[in-house]
Design a protein around this ligand. Structure first.
Ligand code: SF4
Length: 382
């Protein structure tokens, strides 16, 4: 058993002793060169492609990102193409990936890159951080991978690896602890390859740390027997890997219902709205069916809304419900079908906030997965 097994946990920024760093770097980088997954964005150092991949990968699984990444770059191959596109086209290529503010910020940032940085993703940290939707993690990832800049990344995966290597207890998301982990990540970053031959670039190092967290040092089943750096790992030596990191406080789930009306005319057309309302964020502020929010399914409340906004008096006919989750919100989607001879004109909504596509063609508009689930339910009866 390593000598440190019974020793107190190290200070956060001394997770691996300085004398051990060359061997630690060699082990992890060697493993990464052999074991890394073959992912599209690893075949390029183009800052634009790296940036798109890093934004898409935020809170989204790799397998889900791959087809979106390919389609997105096919449609917007350069930052100029993205900056010049209409926001609806960008959102349509994002539809289903969730967290749509990422797409809106990408679009805004692309315009800034074109207007202020000559179409090149900025290489200085402060310039990158000034772009919409770019935080410390994304800036460090793009600058290190695309430009070889010496910035260490710290995301949930890397923080977990560091917490286990150093047997660090407590909620990692506490600001002080997160800052200390960030300093520890900086300390572990290898010196530039020109100073230390075979050290790997900062981008390689960051990707190796993230890959270890994503594929070996996973949250619920760390594979310590396959881990290239297990000999430096305190949590492994102490037999507490599974107990770290300590669970943070999670917000309590909130349950609510969205009752939505699928208006349908004889030609198969329906009506979608896009307006700022209490519940529009639950549809990612994209096109959605007219809806009301309540604690449970509320056909009477929906009928009253349809009467007052659209002058519709027909009773909504219930469709199969669906479940939907947005962060900590557990949402019951309660769709209702309303056959109308002619799609109505809303009383208070502006024309620009209403669309009347065919129910079969909704995908031509940017819509959220909640709207897709409601449409799928309606198609079972329409
Ligand atoms: Fe994670 Fe286990 Fe490797 Fe430690 S030895 S870093 S707990 S996989």
């Amino acid at each position: 058993m390593p000598a440190f097994a019974s020793a107190p946990a190290p200070r956060t920024n001394e997770i691996v002793a300085a004398a051990d760093l060359p061997a630690f770097h060699g082990k992890l980088l060697g493993w990464f060169a052999e074991a890394k997954r073959d992912l599209d964005w690893r075949a390029t150092r183009d800052p634009y492609c790296v940036w798109i991949s890093e934004i898409m990968l935020q809170q989204t699984r790799v397998a889900a990102v791959v087809p979106y990444y390919r389609r997105f770059l096919e449609r917007f191959p350069t930052v100029n193409d993205l900056a010049g596109a209409r926001i609806d086209a960008v959102l349509r290529h994002w539809a289903g990936l969730g967290y749509y503010s990422r797409a809106r910020n990408l679009h805004r940032a692309a315009k800034e890159i074109v207007s202020r940085h000559g179409g090149e993703f900025p290489s200085r940290m402060e310039d990158a951080l000034a772009l919409p939707g770019i935080g410390r993690y994304t800036a460090a990832a793009v600058l290190s991978i695309a430009y070889g800049a010496p910035h260490a990344v710290l995301d949930g995966n890397v923080a977990r690896v560091l917490a286990r290597l150093g047997a660090i207890r407590g909620d990692l998301r506490r600001p002080r602890r997160w800052r200390a982990l960030s300093a520890a990540a900086d300390t572990l970053l290898p010196a530039p390859p020109e100073a230390v031959p075979r050290a790997g670039t900062p981008g390689d190092w960051n990707q190796a740390m993230m890959e270890l967290g994503a594929t070996v040092c996973t949250p619920r089943a760390p594979r310590c027997d396959a881990c290239p750096v297990s000999r430096w790992c305190r949590a492994h030596a102490l037999g507490i890997a599974l107990r770290l990191p300590s669970p943070g406080r999670k917000p309590k789930p909130v349950r609510l219902a969205l009752s939505a009306a699928v208006l349908l005319d004889p030609r198969g057309r329906t009506l979608l709205v896009r307006q700022k309302s209490a519940h529009s964020a639950l549809f990612s502020n994209l096109w959605h069916f007219p809806a009301v929010q309540s604690a449970q399914a509320a056909p009477e409340k929906l009928a009253a809304y349809l009467r007052s906004e659209f002058g519709i008096t027909a009773a909504p006919e219930p469709l199969p419900p669906a479940r939907h989750t947005v962060t900590f919100r557990r949402i019951l989607l309660a769709p209702y079908l309303v056959h109308v001879p002619k799609l109505p004109r809303p009383k208070s909504l502006r024309t620009a906030t209403v669309r009347t596509p065919r129910l079969a063609d909704l995908d031509r508009l940017p819509i959220s997965s909640a709207t897709k689930k409601i449409a799928a339910s309606a198609r079972t009866r329409a």
